[in-house]
Design a protein around this ligand. Sequence first.
Ligand code: SAH
Length: 283
Amino acid sequence: MKTYLEISISAGEQQREMLIPTMLKVGCEGFQETDTSLLCYLTMDRWDHSKLQSLKHDLRALLRTISSNAEVVFREIQDQNWNEQWEKTIRPIEVSNRIVIKPSWAEYNNLNGKIVIQIDPKMSFGTGYHETTRLTLQLLEEYLQPGWAVLDVGTGTGVLAIAAIKLGASSAIGTDIDEWALENAKENVEANAVQGTVEIVDKPASEFPYSHFDLISANLTLNTNIEMLDDFRNVLRDGGMLLLSGLLRGDRGSMVNELGRKHFEIVGERFENEWVAIAAKKR
Ligand code: SAH
């Protein structure tokens, strides 16, 4: 029987989606969730004692940067079918009126002709289990017009770019600064059979032609959204739509201010828990 290292991290639901990619990078092979914690599993045979000590040290430091109040507990346990248990907790999720996101292993009984997007929670952010993704998908569903050219900045799993095509966009380009995300997004583009229309590229927004896109989605952070606002404005056509997410309610004032200064008109907003997403039009 194999021995596993169980790393238990006290983390709220919002932190978990951010923790999972990090934990995958340090070699975790399975996860399980409880009400209060994320449990991550590593095979022990792969680690000698000194490696294990340095892993523990690095992990604590890493986790402090993600979540200041995360507590980490390490425990050695005997083999159990943790992956199967964890997978059972990941179910299809209806993220907007028309869109459902499901993992490859779950069945979704599509009685109402929904758009079903297949995303396995893996190494990247963007599975539909986070408010910021759901809010952007809702805005996309509301504002995207058929035939539009879309740029998705910080594509993560590629979920927004894939959704854009399924909602009628004629083309979508997803970009990211994380190479795991780019790789994962490409896999998801294939899994959803949109290779012909979705392109995943490693290229900053500033390098696209002026006035090239009808819609830009950016589920980033307040600061990144503000920093990139000029670039977004340049590559967006007049009257084009900018969907901004990754914003806390407390960020709203600053974002609205900045949008006003850069001649964007706010046309819609969506809220869920402490998050807000904004749709703004280039004037
Ligand atoms: N679009 C997905 C993922 C959002 S998470 C969704 O809505 O769920 C944010 C993503 O943006 C991460 O994958 C991160 O690597 C990427 N990112 C962060 N800063 C970026 C930047 N300056 N340019 C491009 N991508 C960035």
